[in-house]
Design a protein around this ligand. Structure first.
Ligand code: ADP
Ligand code: G3P
Length: 505
């Protein structure tokens, strides 16, 4: 009998991947394609959801061909996605009604300011666990309905559908206008500011607050169950797992015990700690979210420190400043000097996320002198990711009394050894990278494989985890303290740069 495998899709901010995994959790193939990023105004960030769906249709057969298998050998498909990126489409034509608004986009700042001014922040946090912020998806839906001609009326008439990327992909994969299934998973729903974090249902009072008609919303489902069957490009294959990418990485890194932590370094960086089955109540710097919920099992919650810019700062160095020809070259350039030359970059391009949460912060480069070269800038770019992670870890320690013993890492930036050493140095803990560094895809595949019985239980998944590289702290404590103080001073310069909006228009 021919070997069966599991397919995983990682629909990320910059690219989409399809991977095939065997029963040992080993990678059998990987197909990947970048999509366009559009920045039409300062603070705006858009993508074309149709382009992403086209890429999925090409990538899946490519991954199958590379693995030498046909759709009949795929036991199930799991999907992970960039979270909070919002799509609205017409249920009868299947076409999007506007560009997807990505999670980095800050155009909803006036809506957020208005919610805060109306004194609703406490109630929002009580229900959803989230503070009102431009990061979350619900205000984007509100913005689209307010600004797209005729969209509100069409939404109320049930003609439009809203979803984050997993929802859009599942609808298309299961047949779109004919038989498409309109669902979202609980981790993605937990980032909309519309879901009750305790009951894990849409909350009527949040829908009222954001003026969102229920008819556009998908049904919330667990992370591991069969949502529907693929029509194309994997005909007959059950879609049996879906998670936000950061939760998928938590799952793929087998962070199954309370206190287990991982940080994924892609466009942004997202540190999640397993918080167990009780809804956590951290302070304002880090946020409570659903970690994963497997079928009818109790949910597992997580606490998250979200960093908006990490790899995207490297991309900016490559694409906007043209200082490096490719992302990996940042390491070569940074290694050509042995310190930052006194220069610090705070990448608050769309405000600062955890732990500062200042949507009016903007990026700064401080400490410039004639001594500073592009090599020092490259070093400061990498250090910015390390110090932002340090701030998150400090906040988690302060607000939850949790101390990390080790940090599991994954994502595109983890191929940068200099950055991994910097991380270990500033956090003062070992940093571990697993053999399969594509843990987002792996986590989605694990969820799907558990659903269909391809893997028996969490213990079987744990068995697949192998550590490929470990970095250990080498920095003196006094150097760490001095550099931390300099970083904090640099951040102070970035805070509150933008004059806040005063009206919701
Ligand atoms: N060697 C490297 N050093 C630093 N950054 C890197 C390196 N390789 C890739 N990156 C960055 O990692 C990001 C891509 O990682 P990926 O995990 O694919 O992101 P995403 O899932 O957000 O699309 C890009 O922003 C890129 O600039
Ligand atoms: O696509 P990534 O890896 O940058 O992840 C994006 C996050 O899910 C946004 O919350």
């Amino acid at each position: 009998m021919s070997e069966t495998m599991i397919a995983g899709i990682d629909q990320g901010t910059t690219s989409t991947r399809c991977m095939i995994f065997d029963s040992q959790g080993r990678t059998r193939s990987l197909a990947q394609r970048e999509h366009h990023q559009v920045f039409p105004q300062p603070g705006w960030a858009e993508q074309d959801a149709d382009e992403i769906w086209r890429h999925v249709r090409h990538l899946v057969p490519e991954a199958l061909a590379q693995a030498g298998i046909g759709p009949g050998q795929v036991a199930a498909l799991g999907i992970a996605n960039q979270r909070e990126t919002s799509v609205v489409w017409d249920r009868t034509t299947g076409r999007t009604v506007a560009p997807a608004i990505t999670w980095q986009d800050t155009r909803t700042s006036a809506i957020i300011d208005d919610l805060v001014a109306r004194g609703t922040a406490g109630r929002i946090a009580e229900v959803t666990g989230l503070q009102p912020r431009t990061y979350f998806a619900g205000p984007r839906l509100r913005w689209l309905l307010d600004h797209g001609r005729g969209l509100r009326a069409r939404a109320e008439a049930g003609e439009l559908l809203f979803g984050t990327m997993e929802s859009w992909l599942i609808w298309n994969l299961t047949g779109g206008v004919d038989t498409g299934v309109h669902v979202t998973d609980v981790t993605n729903a937990s980032r909309t500011m519309l879901m009750d974090l305790s009951s894990r249902e849409w909350d009527e009072s949040m829908l009222d607050l954001l003026d969102v008609p229920r008819a556009v919303l998908p049904t919330i489902r667990s992370n591991a169950e069969v949502y529907g069957t693929c029509v194309a490009p994997l005909p007959g294959v059950p879609i049996a797992g879906a998670l936000g990418d950061q939760q998928a990485a938590l799952f793929g890194q087998t962070c199954f015990e309370p206190g287990d932590a991982k940080c994924t370094y892609g466009t942004g960086a997202f540190l999640l700690v397993n918080a167990g089955s009780e809804r956590p109540t951290p302070g304002p710097s880090v946020l409570p979210t659903v970690g994963y919920e497997l079928g009818d099992d109790d949910p597992v919650y997580a606490v998250e420190g979200s960093i908006a810019m990490a790899g995207s700062l490297v991309q900016w160095l490559r694409d906007s400043l043209e200082i490096i020809p490719s992302a990996p070259q940042v390491e070569t350039l940074a290694r050509s000097v042995d310190h930052n030359g006194g220069c610090y970059i705070v990448p608050a391009f769309s405000g600062l996320y955890a732990p500062r949460w200042d949507q009016d912060a903007r990026g700064v480069i401080v400490g410039l002198t004639s001594f500073v070269t592009k090599a020092h800038l490259a070093r400061a770019v990498l250090e910015a990711t390390a110090w932002q992670t340090w701030e998150v870890v400090e906040a988690i320690g302060r607000e939850l009394g949790l101390t990390l013993e080790t940090l599991r890492v994954d994502g595109g930036m983890t191929s940068n050894h200099l950055l991994m050493q910097m991380l270990s140095d500033v956090l003062d803990v070992p940093v571990e990278r697993p053999l399969v560094s594509e843990t987002v895809c792996l986590g989605a595949a694990y969820a799907a494989g558990l659903t269909v019985g391809f893997w028996s239980d969490l213990a079987a998944l744990r068995h697949h985890r192998h550590v490929a590289a470990v970095w250990r702290p080498q920095m003196d404590a006094d150097v760490r303290a001095r550099e931390a103080a300099q970083w904090n001073r640099a951040v102070d310069h970035a805070l509150g740069w933008v004059v806040p909006h005063t009206s919701p228009d």
